[in-house]
Design a binder for this molecule. Structure first.
Ligand code: NAD
Ligand code: SER
Length: 320
């Protein structure tokens, strides 16, 4: 197990969808003074130590690490799949050069352990679509997916070559009530809940039958903490572990919402994000994560729907 008293943690991209929730979980787990949140966007709520930090400013990253005696980095800063297509060069620069700066910290600073979130976006049109294996054909079509696939290989390289303790999972689409997603192809599965409560209807940018792997935020945070706390010899895969909880289509998600909001209506107006979703796989074989470090998801579609609606109704003051 990790010695929670010794780790001093830096989180990049800490005010994003996952960073907002992960930073809070890390502060709960390791102590508020042990976690430094950074981003180019300020947090909505002042909940602990925060510093503005552009992941492309390599010199400043080093200074922040040295000044704070950072031992562990959760490197979340990235540009996601849909936003990434607007400016492929910038996306490559942020996602790839940002990661390289973080990996280099493991060679010449106090940093010894790094978490890098990969994605189902590493898969492509020639990847097996159902129960996608851990080791398989990787033909990503988006610049985001290419950067994540290259990133996985660099993580593995730094582990093999320099002994750096880098750990990674391929997150599915993450669904949360605490924070909004930031420009991904799976964002519909969050927005739909807000619109169901506020408007009673939702226009989906993917087709009704587009099946994608998804995960509730609680599960993704627990997976991240468990992966990082596992003894190093249990981590057999140093590219990135497949990680799975559920797979559903927009029509199936709408049906789950209708169990609680019977008048809820969904219409479909697919846009450019449809091609990205079509290039990803439907379901994931995550046996390696389950076997190596004991991964087990808790939320299925209906459990997640109930929790999302309950939490968002509280947020919007829509009492039952
Ligand atoms: P997000 O877009 O909500 O957050 C990313 C954060 O990175 C933002 O707060 C943004 O301000 C920050 N950022 C962008 N450019 C930066 C720069 N130059 N310097 C510093 N910070 C910068 O994304 P998220 O959903 O929270 O994702 C976090 C990580 O998890 C990303 O690496 C993403 O690829 C990965 N991931 C997310 C999902 C998902 O469904 N949310 C799925 C798979 C993988
Ligand atoms: N949820 C992310 C996206 O849609 C996948 O990495 O971009």
């Amino acid at each position: 197990m990790a010695d929670t008293n010794k780790e001093i943690i830096l989180v990049t991209g800490a005010t994003g969808q996952i960073g907002t929730v992960l930073t809070e979980a890390l502060r709960d787990h390791y102590g508020i003074d042990h976690v430094l949140a950074t981003d180019i966007k300020k947090p909505e709520v002042d909940a602990g130590r925060f510093e503005m930090l552009d992941i492309l400013n390599t010199q400043r990253i080093k200074e922040v690490v040295q000044d704070n005696g950072i031992t562990t980095v959760y490197h979340l800063a990235a540009i996601l799949s849909a936003s990434g297509e607007w400016n492929p060069q910038k996306t490559w620069n942020v996602n790839m050069n940002g990661l390289m700066s973080i990996l280099e910290l493991g060679r010449d600073t106090s940093v010894t352990k790094i978490f890098f979130p990969s994605s189902i976006a590493v898969f492509g049109l020639s990847t097996p679509r159902v129960h996608t294996p851990q080791d398989t054909v990787m033909t990503p079509t988006t610049v985001y997916g290419i950067s994540k696939e290259a990133g996985e290989l660099w993580c593995n390289y730094y582990h093999q070559r320099f002994g750096l303790d880098v750990r990674s999972v391929r997150y599915p689409g993450i669904i949360s009530y605490q924070s909004m997603p930031g420009g991904g192809t799976t964002d519909y599965a969050v927005d739909i809940f807000h619109q169901a409560i506020l408007q009673g209807q939702y226009t989906c940018f993917l087709k009704a039958d587009t099946r994608l792997p998804m995960m509730y935020m609680d599960d993704s945070i627990r997976a991240t903490l468990e992966l990082m706390a596992a003894p190093s010899d249990k981590i057999k895969i140093r590219t990135a572990y497949n990680l799975s909880a559920m797979s559903f289509t927009p029509a199936e998600l709408a049906a789950s919402i209708k169990k609680h909001i019977p008048d809820f209506k969904i219409t479909y107006e697919p846009d450019a994000r449809q091609a990205i979703a079509d290039s990803w796989t439907e379901s994931i074989d995550d046996q390696a994560a389950r076997k190596d470090w004991g991964w087990k998801h808790a939320f299925d579609l209906d459990a997640m729907t109930l929790e999302m609606l309950t939490q968002l109704k509280k947020k919007y003051n829509h009492g039952e």
